[in-house]
Design a binder for this molecule. Structure first.
Ligand SMILES: [Zn+2]
Length: 64
C-alpha cells in the first residue's frame, strides 16, 4: 500500500530503497557504509577529548 521510500546514499547519492531488507540503509551497500564508518572513526581520533586552554591567549599584561 505505502510507496517505497527512497533515500539518497550519504556517500554516493544513489537512491536507496529504505526497507527492512536493506541492512545497509541509508547506504546503498556495504562498501559505502564501511567508508562512512571509517571516516567517522578517523574523525573521532582527530578530535581531542579535552583541549587545554591555549597559553597564548592568557596574556594579562604585555611586557613592554
Ligand atoms: Zn553509496
Amino acid at each position: 500500500m505505502s510507496p517505497i521510500h527512497a533515500v539518497p546514499c550519504p556517500r554516493c547519492g544513489m537512491q536507496v530503497a529504505w526497507s527492512s531488507e536493506n541492512k545497509y540503509r541509508p547506504f546503498c551497500g556495504e562498501r559505502c557504509k564501511m567508508i562512512d564508518l571509517g571516516q567517522w572513526a578517523t574523525e573521532a581520533y582527530r578530535v581531542p577529548q579535552a583541549e587545554p586552554a591555549d597559553p597564548g591567549e592568557q596574556n594579562p599584561e604585555t611586557p613592554s
